[in-house]
Design a protein around this ligand. Sequence first.
Ligand code: ASP
Length: 239
Amino acid sequence: MIHPNYRLLVISTSTIYGNGYLEYIREEILDFLQTDELLFVPFARPSGISYDEYTNNVVTALQPFGIKVTGLHTYENPKEAICNAKAIFVGGGNTFLLLKTLYELGLIEAIRNTISEGVPYMGSSAGSNLTGLTIGTTNDMPIVYPPSFDALQFLPFNINPHYLDPDLNSTHKGETRETRINEFHKFNRQTVIGLREGSWLRVENGTIELKGDLTARIFKPNQSAIEVKSGILEESIYL
Ligand code: ASP
């Protein structure tokens, strides 16, 4: 059962091929946020960029469309900023670094409480990994050591963002994404939703809708993976 107050936009990727940052999903974001103020969490630092630089990218992408964006790092009291937020966007980058920083600043509970009051949460990639039970199905390297892999746990499953199908013509011998998720399921029970680039989940009124043109791949332990089409996901798909 999904908390009826949760309003989540769980985006596989911020950018698709040939588009600018957040460009392909801008209409959906504007429709989802229903506010003109967005608190941006820049802690995942893709490619190691600074918090200011990362926040500026979001400002450039959304401010022309009437959304005032501020970076969480600019607040003296980040916990208070979370509690007062009208909407929160957690950007992608390194998931381990993101989660470690949130734990270190003591913000996990503050985010959970704020979102349970109905404040919209938008995550892209690493920020989407955090909406699941754990970060155990991220594609990232553990470049730092968070105190726990437990994520925000808004959703009763795990996310694998940027889900990639095997290239049948490739001579590469490393694990496919599916192999890695099957390995995860030797030690973990929760469903994993492989969200391809250009797909996202919109969660509202206790329901989860898969959006975008592509199917998503659903992995459960001891079962063959299945493909689901865009639309409302029945509980039996993800539990
Ligand atoms: N590094 C990814 C991101 O763009 C997260 C992931 O692939 O797990 O945030």
